[in-house]
Write a protein that binds this ligand. Structure first.
Ligand code: 5AD
Ligand code: SF4
Length: 468
């Protein structure tokens, strides 16, 4: 699918707005004003927020986690399930009070939820104290929006979708110094029937390889030890573009960089997960041996209704191909329980599939109807209570699997990147290549280094000892 697509630099106009905001702020505040960014949803949003924060810092804001002391509050929202949206509605309601206490406070809502017309309309009508509402396609115009509002302009609602554009060279303020997110593509073409993402994030657009490689080099030079490549479906990287590099090729290019770092990626759609990609994972020593491969359901009938475009058999063949190449690989998945029309028999096939695959962990969701998607118009006769019972059954089955896999790790040695303090004093924690957390004796200075850890016991966590 070759659409004309273009990459542009952050327009000079926006850089000029940044300077104007900076001078407005320095005139109005004696101490630098504070900005609080709250992020909901997936890593793509976290990554977007890092770019928003980058712009805010450039404009003179100091970042804070404390909303009560903030002069600018932004919610970067998620629309993937109703629950995520409900939390946002609750939180933006509190802005009214905050504005009374802190006149001059500016409040903004952006992200996937804000991209929807119906949401923007509700904010326009019922939340008059929200100043800026903008969608996922125009976050790079934040300097302009802020300038207009700070200099006395009206409320701003900007939902335009410039679907074939990627705006590069935004400043980034990364949340972590050890692990970093690296977006390689935006949007989704898959239109799974339950999913709102293609409507709010638009069509797939791949970043140019040179941009990704340059950003990775910067991250490595800054000491980042784990880079996670992001996209709704990283396996279709490059398919929309005129350059000749696919995801497997990109992994190989990144793997060739010198340095002491690891590469992860998410998310992989099974229909686009090729043997070429599995070969690249196997061959690339820096690529972690973990595959997040959402199956959603174990029933062919439901997979078809979901428009997933693979069968249970295809999926299991892919898992077998991955394990044949990388016996140590861990798998994780997303599962939706209670898709419209799903019967208990369909659900039992999902249970059966997770037992067959043996995922190390699962992200499990009860189906949530999303306005505008095909599934929201399908008949959905199973009660919420019934779906809740299936859901509990799924969690229990997965707990048993995880417990069994964890037990099987005892006595084996894994390389971990130490990334946190442990639960108990005198302990630290780290992730294996397969993304399993191990705890072991250590000091906070160990964070950022690699260790070989032999797993010794499983209690409330997996504990081990460092092998010298
Ligand atoms: N209801 C429940 N879960 C959903 N997901 C996406 N849309 C919905 C929905 N409408 C889940 C899928 C996807 C994950 C990110 O969120 O499992 O893989
Ligand atoms: Fe949604 Fe499917 Fe695209 Fe994932 S692949 S973002 S579930 S439409």
């Amino acid at each position: 699918m070759n659409r004309e697509q273009h990459t542009i630099e952050l327009p000079a106009e926006q850089l000029a707005y940044m300077e104007r905001v900076a001078s407005l702020l320095s005139e109005s505040y004696v101490v630098p004003p504070k900005a609080c960014v709250t992020t909901y949803g997936c890593q793509q949003n976290v990554s977007d927020s890092e770019r928003i924060q980058g712009m805010l810092v450039k404009m003179g804001y100091v970042l804070t986690d404390n909303m009560d002391e903030a002069d600018f509050i932004l919610y970067n929202t998620c629309a993937v399930r109703g629950h995520a949206e409900d939390r946002v509605w609750g939180n933006i309601g509190t802005i009214k009070n905050k504005k009374q206490k802190r006149p001059g406070l500016i409040a903004a809502v952006c992200g996937c939820m804000a991209q929807q017309e119906s949401v923007a309309e509700r904010i326009r009508r019922s939340y008059p104290y929200i100043d800026l509402v903008f969608g996922t396609h125009v976050l790079w115009r934040l300097p302009e929006f802020l300038y207009r509002r700070l200099s006395g302009g009206g409320r701003i609602f900007e939902l335009s979708m410039e679907e074939n554009r990627i705006v590069e060279s935004l400043p980034v303020h990364r949340d972590g110094t050890l692990k970093g997110w690296l977006p390689i593509m935006y949007g989704c073409n898959n239109f799974c029937t339950y999913c709102i993402v293609p409507y709010v994030r638009g069509r797939e657009r791949s970043r140019e390889p040179d941009r990704i490689l340059a950003e990775a080099e910067e991250m490595i030079a800054a000491g980042i030890k784990e880079i996670t490549l992001l996209g709704q479906n990283v396996n279709s990287y490059g398919l929309d573009a005129s350059f000749d590099l696919n995801f497997a090729g990109l992994l190989r290019r990144l793997n060739a960089f010198p340095g002491d770092f690891r590469i992860r990626f998410m998310t992989s759609h099974p229909k686009d997960c090729t043997l070429e990609l599995l070969d690249a994972m196997r061959d690339c020593d820096k690529v972690c041996k973990h595959l997040h491969l959402p199956v959603q359901s174990g029933s062919d009938r439901i997979l078809k209704l979901m428009n997933r475009r693979y069968t249970r058999e295809d999926y299991l063949a892919l898992v077998a191909a991955a394990r044949e190449r990388m016996p140590e690989i861990t798998l994780t998945s997303d599962i939706i329980v209670g898709f419209p029309g799903e019967t208990y028999e369909d659900f039992l096939q999902t249970l059966d599939l997770i037992r067959e695959v043996e995922y190390s962990s699962l992200f499990t969701f009860i189906y949530s109807p999303r306005e505008g998607t095909p599934a929201a118009r399908m008949s959905d006769p199973i009660s919420r209570a019934e779906k809740g019972r299936w859901f509990q059954q799924l969690l229990k089955a997965q707990e048993e699997i995880s417990e069994r896999l964890n037990q099987a790790m005892i006595g084996h040695t894994y390389q971990v990147l130490c990334d946190d303090t442990g639960r108990a004093p005198g302990y630290v924690a780290g992730h294996t290549s397969g993304n399993i957390v191990l705890e072991f004796p250590g000091v906070p200075q160990d964070i950022g280094s690699y260790f070989n850890v032999t797993v010794q016991e499983l209690t409330n966590a997996l504990y081990g000892a460092v092998i010298k």
